[in-house]
Design a protein around this ligand. Structure first.
Ligand code: TRP
Length: 333
């Protein structure tokens, strides 16, 4: 039987955090077993915030190397750069014309971005319609995403349904969201574990990046907020014990030991013991990941060949859908 299609994207902006790894990359890796996976480095989406030329091209190669180091296998899955497959922008324009202005204006991420941003360009507004093109080009079955993208996926479904209904044909598969497992999209800030860990956080003590060295990791975890329960209580409880729960989620995801088992192992232990265990495992884990990262990052010839191969494979699928769309709307002369 043909495998169902998974599609997801990641923006090549800035240093990735352990949250990005657990929330996206580790999940992407696992999905390769059961699905045919297509992963996109969304460089066009990154342009919605001004990017310096050299930074952008470096970031693209960094993110690609991290994906490969995390176990995305380009022989099994497709990994490609969005701007290398022109059908994304072509379909984007067509979908613009099938998207309701009011619906986009309601996107909470857009509202937040215009509130925070000085550079309010039209790309920010169009952002979810480019996501729709990304997803719909590949007849995607499911999209692994974090909670912050749910509204965008609902919009993509609406656009696809509207298009199919207008023409009375099933041109696009209606995709479904796939939320991360093992609380993967709930990696929180270390100092205020009620907000999400974000790579753009100004206080770097809130985040663990994939490039923090052992000493930095030790300091950051030592500072991480827990609680003042007496006696100390290592239990998973997102509502009442967000700091401890956050450490348990991180630990569980990098060690693949279940949260329940961890609770058992740390029964009657104190927070110092838990933190030491987190520190040791994070250091071990990140050192291994970095070794693999540098292997790829230093081999630009290999990276370039993966990039060319990925674009060719992706384009083969993208072309089929775009041609169907052209034929359907009357652009087939
Ligand atoms: N907007 C997504 C993010 O920042 C990245 C992305 C681009 C994406 N295209 C996509 C995610 C298509 C899922 C599907 O997280």
């Amino acid at each position: 039987m043909k495998k169902k299609i998974i599609f997801s994207g990641i923006q090549p902006t800035g240093l990735l955090t352990i949250g990005n790894y657990i929330g996206a990359l580790s999940q992407w890796k696992k999905l390769q077993k059961k699905y045919f996976c297509i992963y996109c480095i969304a460089d066009l989406h990154a342009l919605t915030i001004f990017q310096k030329k050299n930074m952008l091209s470096n970031n693209i190669l960094d993110v690609l190397s991290i994906c490969l180091a995390s176990g995305i296998n380009p022989k099994k899955s497709i990994i490609f750069i969005q701007s290398h497959v022109p059908q994304h922008t072509q379909l984007n324009w067509i979908l613009n014309c099938f998207t309701n202005f009011g619906a986009i204006r309601r996107m909470t991420q857009f509202k937040e971005k215009i509130y925070l941003n000085k550079n309010i360009n039209v790309g920010l507004f169009n952002y979810p319609i480019l996501m729709a093109a990304d997803i719909l080009l590949y007849q995607t079955y499911k999209i692994p995403v974090g909670k912050d993208q749910i509204q965008h996926i609902e919009l993509v479904r609406d656009i696809a349904n509207r298009f199919n209904n207008i023409y009375g044909k099933k041109i696009f598969t209606i995709p479904k969201k796939k939320l991360h497992e093992n609380y993967g999209s709930c990696i929180m800030s270390l100092l205020s574990p009620i907000k999400k860990m974000s790579k753009s956080d100004n206080n770097k003590n809130n985040i663990i990046t994939l490039f923090d060295n052992d000493l930095t990791i030790r300091k950051k975890i030592q500072y991480a907020i827990t609680d003042s329960d007496n006696p100390p209580n290592i239990k998973f409880d997102l509502k009442n014990k967000p700091g401890i729960s956050n450490l348990l989620i991180i630990l569980s995801n990098i060690t693949e030991i279940s949260i329940q088992k961890l609770e058992c192992n740390f029964n009657n232990k104190n927070y110092y013991d838990l933190k030491e265990f987190v520190i040791n495992n994070l250091c071990l884990f990140l050192n291994k990941l970095r070794k693999k990262f540098f292997f790829y990052r230093q081999n630009e010839i290999l990276l370039k060949s993966i990039i060319i191969d990925g674009a060719q494979k992706a384009e083969k699928y993208a072309k089929i859908t775009l041609e169907k769309v052209y034929n359907t709307i009357g652009l087939d002369i």
